[in-house]
Design a protein around this ligand. Structure first.
Ligand code: ATP
Ligand code: MG
Length: 391
């Protein structure tokens, strides 16, 4: 008898080659978060994790944040032998008293001679005789699962839900525009869930934005990094560009032009780091710069796809998700963002492309963009000591 973790894969594609890639990347992602001495065994339908018994709980908890898992099960593995199955079942329920139960057998190995229903009765009878539990097939307090497979028999009671999605990295890289707000960390989480390996891009405007605002973004990146382990944060010095916009653009178009600049920088930087898409936290209609007209005028400066995972969610739905992934409390800390410091009283809700283009001719932004890109600061390892104080 051996205790281990059994993993059931999430939403697998049915194509053979994709399945291989899925499992391969998932294994690499899991390896990254586990101690070195832990052994992973994988096949087409399952993964098994072998580790010292005292580490099982901790590892199962870590696996709750790995995309690509349908469920996580702490189980007993025994030889497919009636006596061993019986004694292990008794061991599993030794602390249970006066509760109802049911046995569910799955016979994946058809060479095993006893049909599933018969096994249920056999094992149920054994438990009834040797414990004071009662059977309830409709609404049991405890379900004992028996899975008979070629490699052995697996026994367990409790299946922990995985978070689903695709293994991070299966889709290649994307660049998340991460601000200190509620929406963009949630957008990042959802992009990771689809298998996109994200990096974060943050525009800062010191001294108009504070060092605390920057630390907040690093902290948010670190929280969503629990679902990746691979996130880098790239920080763009945006002060000069913002000041030029402020000087040369009529108030109502400041945000439109500012966002066109952000998009230009993000796209160019995507090409530099090999990202295939941009990702942001825009949500349709939430603010003036997120009306369909605004999106059209802002989006016009780039040709890479822009993914907006929260575009069609209500603010309350976004907040709910941000609480679930633990970014909410940090997001609501009251530090300003570069989008809010120069916020005009009446930002245009239906900007006109030609006017935006005309205003941009008032200053030479190309040079400023290149300068900003060449001074991007990169945080490559969020776990490094120098960032610990922000986290
Ligand atoms: P959030 O809650 O994510 O801050 P928001 O509702 O405040 O979003 P905006 O400030 O208009 O909306 O920003 C829309 C999106 O643009 C953000 O979700 C984020 O993806 C991106 N963005 C805004 N400000 C910055 C910034 N300083 N650095 C990087 N990206 C930013
Ligand atoms: Mg914001």
């Amino acid at each position: 008898m051996e205790k281990m973790i059994l993993i059931k894969y999430g939403e697998l594609t049915t194509k053979k080659a994709n399945r291989k890639t899925f499992i391969h990347i998932l294994e690499k992602n899991i390896q990254k978060i586990l101690p070195n001495d832990v052994k992973i065994i994988k096949d087409r339908v399952r993964m098994y994790i072998l580790c010292p018994e005292e580490q099982l709980e901790e590892i199962a908890n870590k696996l709750k944040k790995v995309f690509g898992l349908h469920s996580i099960v702490i189980c007993y593995k025994v030889n497919t032998n009636i006596e061993q199955i019986k004694s292990t079942l008794l061991e599993m329920v030794k602390d249970k008293k006066d509760i109802t139960f049911k046995v569910e057998t799955k016979r994946a190995d058809k060479n095993f001679e006893i049909p599933s229903m018969e096994m249920n009765h056999l094992m149920g009878g054994h438990l009834l005789k040797n414990t004071n539990m009662k059977v309830d097939v409709h609404n049991p307090q405890l379900i004992l699962k028996i899975e008979i497979r070629k490699e052995g028999t697996f026994l367990y009671t409790n299946e922990i839900d995985g978070i689903g999605g695709y293994p991070v990295g299966i889709q290649g890289k994307g660049l998340l525009m991460l601000s200190g707000g509620i929406d963009s960390p949630v957008a990042g989480y959802l992009a990771l869930k689809r298998g996109i390996d994200i990096d974060c891009l943050y525009f800062e405007s010191p001294p108009h934005t504070s060092i605390e605002a920057k630390h907040k973004v690093i902290k948010l990146a670190n929280i969503i990094n629990q679902y990746s382990g691979n996130i880098k944060v790239h920080i763009v010095p945006f002060t000069k560009i913002q000041e030029e916009i402020y000087k040369h653009v009529p108030d109502s178009y400041i945000i439109t032009i500012m966002r066109r600049m952000m998009y230009r920088i993000a796209e160019e930087y995507c090409k530099k780091i090999g990202a295939k898409v941009m990702i942001n936290g825009e949500s349709i209609g939430q603010v003036a710069s997120q009306t369909l007209d605004s999106m059209m005028v802002i989006n016009e400066v780039v040709s890479l796809p822009v993914i907006r995972p929260v575009a069609c969610m209500d603010k309350l739905e976004i907040i709910e998700l941000s609480k679930k992934i633990n970014t909410y409390e940090t997001s609501i800390l009251p530090y300003e963002d570069c989008c809010t410091i120069f916020l005009p009283k009446h930002p245009v809700i239906h900007p006109v492309l030609e006017r935006a283009k005309t205003y941009e001719k008032n200053f030479s932004f190309e040079k400023l963009i290149q300068e900003a890109i060449s001074h991007i600061e990169v945080i490559t390892n969020l776990k490094e000591e120098e960032y610990q104080e922000y986290l």
